[in-house]
Design a protein around this ligand. Structure first.
Ligand code: IPM
Ligand code: MN
Length: 358
């Protein structure tokens, strides 16, 4: 079979456990592409985080951003921006999301066989609006969404636009149509009637274009309670940036561990695989970090590329990664955060071995 071509993929290791989980993910992706008859990836390693500060004086050098501008997709490791010098303390993931308008942050939370979970029947996807909302680092054209009239007064602006809401609502409806056909709009319109009311109403407007999709809505506090009480009832949730950040950690833990919480940041033309977890610096260098979240994120990336390019082999490679991670967990092989004994490399070897299974 003609080897399908593969786009060049960026590889950004980041901080803390980032190098270990990124390298573990690269191994699994290479194995899956080979098993699917796809040409080996032309990886493009790029600096970000503490190593970039040491090499270039900035956690996200312009050279890295310029290189990403020439790529379709990339894998981003976690960043430990709390450890950056105050004058360079940015959140690289947020800067990249804004720079490339990766407006959709797709965050599945599902229970895996072999993993003890609070919500053993959870299988939902949070579709988080990634470009505005209450995130001060990206909701202004100039300046910041936060400011201080005096040393003792701080203000933050929340931004909701029809355009951004329409496109995220469309993502949610399209996804729900491939799943169980339900979208829950999560907002806080009872106290933010203009901003969150606009979000809710525009989502309902867009949903009318998808008659096969059932739509309802919940206030974010009620949604959090319902997620704990009956997570299995949720299929796709669509929500504002800050709410999505909070609910995706809740959903990840309900599913067993943030170490399994994958995410894809995407627009119509570009995508970034990024685990939901952070850099866990205390765990760095011990070969103990759970690489599954980033491996599952890379599976989402390959699937996204396969759909975007009509490249079935790439889509298949993503499915192979997803199945291999799930099969490894089902076989009782897991890292310490899940109560297992496997090291990062041992878990990855087991995943690579299962990638070839149909
Ligand atoms: C996430 C992270 C980021 C966010 C932080 C690191 C800026 O928590 O991707 O969930 O809040 O979006
Ligand atoms: Mn978060």
């Amino acid at each position: 079979m003609r080897a399908a071509t593969t786009p060049r993929l960026g590889l950004i290791e980041g901080d803390g456990i980032g190098p270990e989980v990124v390298r573990a993910t690269r191994l699994v992706v290479d194995e899956a592409l080979s098993a699917s008859g796809v040409m080996p990836v032309d990886w493009v390693p790029l600096p970000m985080g503490l190593t970039a500060i040491a090499e270039c004086g900035a956690p996200l050098p312009e050279s890295t951003l310029a290189a990403l501008d020439g790529l379709d997709a990339w894998i981003l490791g976690p960043h430990d921006n709390a450890a950056y010098p105050p004058e360079t303390r940015i959140a690289p993931g947020g800067v990249i999301r804004k720079r490339f308008d990766l407006y959709a942050n797709i965050r599945p939370a599902r229970a895996f066989e072999g993993v003890r979970a609070t919500a053993s029947d959870i299988d939902l996807v949070l579709v988080r609006e990634n470009s505005e909302g209450f995130y001060a680092d990206r909701n202004m054209f100039a300046g910041s969404g936060e400011f201080q009239p005096t040393a003792d007064v701080a203000l933050a602006v929340g931004l909701v636009t029809r355009a951004a809401t329409e496109r995220i609502a469309r993502e949610a409806c399209l996804l729900a149509a491939t799943r169980r056909g339900r979208v829950t709009i999560v907002h806080k319109a009872n106290v933010l009637p203009m901003t969150m009311g606009l979000f809710r109403d525009v989502c309902y407007e867009v949903a009318r274009e998808y008659p096969t999709v059932r739509v309802d809505d919940l206030h974010v506090d009620a949604a959090a309670a319902q997620m704990v009480r009956a997570a299995a009832e949720f299929d796709v949730l669509v929500t504002e940036n800050m709410f999505g950040d909070i609910l995706s950690d809740l959903a990840g833990e309900l599913a067993g561990s943030l170490g399994l919480a994958a995410s894809l940041n995407c627009s119509a033309t570009r995508a970034m695989a990024q685990a939901v977890h952070g850099a866990a610096p205390a765990l760095a260098g011990h070969n103990r970090a759970n690489p599954a979240a980033l491996q599952l994120s890379a599976a989402m990336l390959l699937h996204w590329l396969g759909i975007r390019d009509g490249n079935e082999a790439l889509r298949q490679a993503g499915a192979r990664v997803d199945r291999a991670v799930a099969a490894t967990l089902a076989a009782g092989i897991a890292t310490a955060d899940l109560g297992g004994l496997a090291s990062t490399s041992e878990f990855t070897e087991q995943v690579c071995a299962r990638v070839h299974r149909r």
